[in-house]
Design a protein around this ligand. Structure first.
Ligand SMILES: *[C@@H]1O[C@H](CO)[C@@H](O)[C@H](O)[C@H]1NC(C)=O
Ligand SMILES: *[C@@H]1O[C@H](CO)[C@@H](O)[C@H](O)[C@H]1NC(C)=O
Ligand SMILES: *[C@@H]1O[C@H](CO)[C@@H](O)[C@H](O)[C@H]1NC(C)=O
Ligand SMILES: *[C@@H]1O[C@H](CO)[C@@H](O)[C@H](O)[C@H]1NC(C)=O
Ligand SMILES: CC(=O)N[C@H]1CO[C@H](CO)[C@@H](O)[C@@H]1O
Length: 387
């Protein structure tokens, strides 16, 4: 399939103007099936496009045993590839069991045991889960998909992900509310790749790109437009703040600017600075930021704060810094049967064919496997049409 059109390039350059819009769902959203690597039980997948394929990163991953039960060993992050149709939409295939969905593939190492985003020294990296042996673990979990900063259409691809150096107890409580943040870089050259199952190589740019108690810009979401990376951060007080940096200078902290009190400044605000807060920039939970070419609008889609159900919210804005509209609920998906029934609500804007007023959604659905002690995780994929 053709990786890029002239319109894509114009959109990346940010030539068109922007506006806020009022999204209305057209008809009944369609559940297309699940996105799955049938070998794996895992959660919290997000996706980005790398030229002619979709690249996914996910959180905690277990293998299934022969009875279809998850095995004990946890790997804190893994990756996957999926295929696209000629028009850029996800390739939905029939599966052997009669269902259908999006087949995720790729090599997560021997017995799927490679941690994709490496655990750093001091993060109990003697095991793939970051378990420290006393109920505590370093949960090195991506909150948003990799941000591609070059190679959108051809040539080598560079991408980045910021991850909180999160230290949590069994009950998810933490001893550090706002941990430091590791910046990971991914490098991949589709034209030169000889093994289609190999993933982009990951390296650590900095284990503390944002220091402890700083605003974790980039962790909560990102948008690339006009060769600028807009990076959203949400510290533990739940305020959403914004920074920007030229897309080719992500690793250079001196190039960052911060949105404070309605203007850009070179001085990073403190996490509790109310002037850095962007009202209504999300509904509070995990989600996805993007720029919609058809709406000419910035969009956030995701979950409400403290929710564990598959209720999708949306808000839009003419600029990344707002004003953002009041978030509204637009779709309620099937909840899982487990207590933590649904989370990691995501949008997949890069798979919307040119000219279509649509969005693809996914979430982590958690079901209790009847007659066992196990929870199983799935990733339903939904297509929404807009008026
Ligand atoms: C990993 O290291 C931690 C911290 O040193 C230790 O408590 C834990 O028992 C180790 N785990 C394994 C599986 O060796
Ligand atoms: C994607 O493009 C590469 C060349 O850049 C090619 O080798 C590969 O077969 C293509 N894959 C798909 C799924 O179209
Ligand atoms: C794109 O960036 C350039 C240079 O930073 C700036 O002058 C221009 O106003 C920006 N365009 C838009 C649409 O934001
Ligand atoms: C999912 O759970 C929420 C919260 O309990 C509920 O409001 C919603 O109706 C449920 N969705 C479906 C499709 O049952
Ligand atoms: C849902 C939500 O957060 N709404 C807020 C949008 O912004 C205005 C102005 O700050 C608030 O009053 C709303 O509560």
């Amino acid at each position: 399939m053709a990786p890029c059109s002239k319109l894509t390039i114009l959109a990346l350059l940010g030539i068109s103007s922007a506006q806020a819009i009022d999204p209305i769902v057209k008809g009944e959203p369609q559940v297309l099936g699940i996105a799955t690597d049938p070998r794996l039980n895992r959660d919290s997948c997000g996706s980005t496009r790398m030229q002619n394929r979709t690249f996914w990163t996910c959180r905690d991953t277990q293998n299934f045993d022969d009875d279809g039960n998850p095995t004990w060993q946890i790997t804190s992050s893994t990756a996957s590839w999926t295929k696209l149709n000629e028009d850029g939409s996800p390739l939905i295939e029939p599966f052997l069991d009669g269902s259908k969905g999006l087949l995720m593939s790729g090599d997560n190492g021997l017995d799927n045991r490679n941690v994709y985003f490496s655990l750093q020294p001091g993060q109990c990296n003697n095991n793939t889960a970051g378990q420290c042996g006393d109920g505590w673990r370093y949960a090195i979990w991506p909150d948003s998909p990799p941000m591609v900063t070059s190679g959108w259409c051809f040539g080598p691809v560079t991408a980045y992900t910021w991850i909180l150096n999160q230290h949590i107890n069994k009950d998810f409580s933490t001893d550090i509310d706002d941990p430091s943040v590791t910046l990971y870089r991914m490098d991949y050259d589709p034209g030169k790749a000889t093994d289609e199952n190999a993933f982009p190589l990951v390296s650590v740019v900095s284990g503390a790109f944002w220091e402890r108690d700083a605003i974790p810009y980039g962790v909560y979401g990102n948008i690339i437009r006009n060769r600028t990376a807009y990076l959203f951060g949400q510290p533990s007080n739940n305020n959403v703040a914004l920074a920007k940096v030229p897309a080719d200078s992500v690793e250079d902290k001196s190039k960052y600017e911060y949105w404070v009190g309605g203007a850009w400044t070179n001085n990073a605000p403190s996490k509790d600075d109310e002037r850095a807060k962007i009202p209504n920039a999300s509904a509070g939970g995990q989600g996805t930021y993007y720029y919609s070419n058809i709406w000419k609008s910035y969009v956030w889609i995701g979950q409400a704060a403290m929710s564990v159900s598959a209720e999708f919210y949306i808000t839009t804005a003419p600029n990344p810094w707002g004003p953002w509209a009041e978030p509204k609920m637009f779709y309620s998906g099937e909840n899982g049967s487990a207590d933590l029934s649904a989370y990691t609500l995501q949008a997949h804007p890069h798979t919307v064919p040119r000219g279509k007023n649509q969005i693809y959604l996914s979430y982590t659905k958690v079901d209790h496997k009847v007659g066992t002690d196990f929870d199983v995780y799935s990733t339903p994929l939904i297509l929404v049409e807009w008026e």
